[in-house]
Ligand binder design. Structure first.
Ligand code: ZN
Length: 572
């Protein structure tokens, strides 16, 4: 008698092999048989007509704070994710000197747009060192498995104090001190070391993340720890401008340590062909014994612009600022007043914030998102094109769109991965052997971005719905976010459906699978706001043999754990 049998589903096993029909039997935390007909079980899930796949392994999240108060890690858990890797891009909450808590919160608020008030109220700081942070996480019940990485920003500030925070150059002693902390963190179970090298990532006070300008000496001096220990991934977000010196130290680090380096790889409008050079460089590096894994996204990194978002095209207008403090319903009523509308639309503004300046002029890249959301809209669907057809200004169109759905409408502004107004570059990235799927950024950018639904989007759009170009095979996108993401991080105990593997399984109604329009909710500590996006069509998500979600609702089971270090494959 098995504990659980998932009966008669279409098994997409995570290896990339074509789907086959059959049963999955589970006993305790592990899968016991895959395929054929399994014997009786204490509990059965009827999966006829459903896809049965491994739980998604999402390697790029920012739940470092939320993980201390939210056992469910939504929105990722609503999307079939059963393992998350946190601590990306050099930001996190350990190590943390007691007098640096507010500073670390400001760093996270600035870089990842997570409300500082929510972090301040939510985090309880039972730790100072990174190993103590892991111990604290281990003691909290949770639905998913979580794994942490050591963030450069926190380490630099811990070791170098103000000099580190202000991005001053380290001494040899500083580098040794940082390496020692990273060594302790990895030895205690962190899965990697992460850093930010982009000017887009800044603390709330405007200072780039500590480590942004670190020289190869510092990167290699810390990175060699991964080689010494023979484990861990080096993750980074870099502007890669210019790219050659960046690629050179990454390749050197990977070759010297034998460890993978994964870096954010997205198409940008300034150099829209760079992504292809990066993928080529990773392929060349592979022939020289380096593992560079360009980390790619399933869709554009996009701003969601609405009256409740951090910014919108009129947020800098004085006539808007006069009513900006009002609750949404009152604000919408005022915005519908023809006099207010006229005043806001007439006002010409010199924007000091470059992002607001950009979104106030990028109407050719601003689109109604719609329901179901359309993430690959044709250029003629833009606000600018709508205005041209209507013989009016894009500002007027945008203004009226923002008032739809009682002021809750969100407009879609694809910032990255949409230079040519279609997904062909993304398709090429998704097919590239060196690339690895990530960048869903769960838990981050609460006020203006919500990409944590990417795991579901890989199935809805790439397998089923895409009309403006070729789609991708189901078994390919499943492997991309199960076995391949798990393997990069050495989590060889999960990511495929095979006997002995962890029983992390999704049962999916692929025909009914849908992502619904994103919405702003106020459920963080201190009523902090965040954009979330729900899914329909996950019939069941099983974690370590227990059903944690059924038809989108949590069952109350909390079988998740902190994952410490790489995990061995089951002995066959
Ligand atoms: Zn990130």
């Amino acid at each position: 008698m098995h504990d659980l049998v998932i009966r008669g589903g279409l098994l997409v096993d995570g290896t990339g092999a074509p789907p086959v029909e059959g049963d999955v039997a589970i006993d305790g935390e592990h899968i016991t048989t895959v395929g054929g007909t399994a014997g009786p079980a204490r509990r059965e899930i009827d999966a006829r007509g459903r896809v049965v796949a491994p739980g998604w392994v999402d390697i790029h999240t920012h739940y470092d704070g939320q993980v201390t108060w939210d056992p469910y890690l939504t929105p990722s858990s609503w999307h079939g994710v059963t393992t998350v890797v946190m601590g990306n891009c050099g930001v996190g909450f350990a190590p943390a000197k007691p007098d640096k808590h507010d500073w670390l919160i400001g760093l996270m608020e600035g870089v990842e747009d997570i409300p500082g008030t929510a972090l301040a109220e939510g985090i309880t700081w039972e730790w100072e060192s990174f190993p103590e942070y892991l111990d604290a996480l281990e003691n909290m019940p949770r639905a998913l498995d979580v794994a942490a990485q050591v963030p450069h920003g926190a380490v630099r500030a811990y070791v170098m104090g103000e000099r580190g925070a202000r991005n001053e150059a380290p001494t040899a002693e500083d580098i040794a001190g940082m390496a020692a902390i990273v060594r302790d963190g990895i030895a205690a179970g962190a899965l990697g070391f992460t850093t930010s090298r982009t000017l887009l990532h800044r603390a709330i006070d405007g200072e780039p993340v500590p480590g942004t300008f670190a020289t190869p000496d510092e990167m290699l001096g810390i990175g060699r720890v991964l080689g010494e220990l023979g484990r861990g991934v080096h993750e980074l977000a870099s502007d890669l401008m210019p790219e050659d010196p960046e690629l050179a130290w990454m390749e050197q680090l990977s070759r010297e340590t034998g460890r993978p380096v994964t870096f954010a790889c997205l198409q940008n409008d300034i150099d829209p062909a760079q992504w292809r050079r990066l993928l080529d460089a990773a392929a060349r590096a592979a022939t020289r014994g380096a593992r560079l894994a360009p980390q790619i996204a399933a869709r554009p990194t996009s701003l969601l612009i609405g009256l409740q978002s951090s910014i919108h095209p009129f947020s800098g207008h004085a006539a808007y600022q006069a009513i900006a403090h009002l609750p949404l319903a009152e604000r919408v009523a005022r915005l519908r007043d023809p006099e207010v509308r006229h005043a806001i639309l007439e006002e010409r503004v010199q924007h000091s914030n470059p992002i607001v300046a950009f979104i106030s002029s990028a109407f050719h890249k601003l689109f109604p998102l719609g329901d179901p959301p359309d993430y690959e809209p044709a250029p003629e669907k833009s606000v600018a094109a709508m205005a041209q057809r209507a013989g009016t200004t894009p500002e007027e169109i945008a203004y009226d769109l923002l008032l739809q759905r009682d002021g809750r409408e969100l407009l879609y502004l694809p910032l990255l991965n949409y230079s040519g107004f279609d997904f062909e570059p993304i398709r090429e990235m998704l097919l590239h052997p060196q690339a690895v799927v990530g960048l869903a950024d769960g838990g981050a950018h609460c006020g203006v971005i919500c990409d944590a639904s990417m795991p579901t989007f890989l199935l809805t759009h790439w397998v089923r719905d895409r009309r403006r170009g070729e789609r991708l095979p189901l078994e390919h996108v499943v492997a991309r976010q199960t076995r391949e993401t798990a393997r990069l991080y050495g989590l060889d105990d999960r990511g495929t459906l095979a006997p002995g593997m962890l029983a992390d399984v999704n049962v999916i109604d692929l025909d009914g699978l849908a992502i619904v329009p994103p919405e702003m909710i106020f459920d963080l500590p201190a009523e902090g706001r965040r954009l979330v996006q729900r899914a329909r069509g996950y019939q069941a998500t099983v974690k370590r043999g227990q059903v944690i979600f059924e038809d989108g609702r949590p069952t109350g089971a909390l079988p998740g754990r902190l994952v410490r270090g790489p995990q061995a494959a089951p002995a066959s």
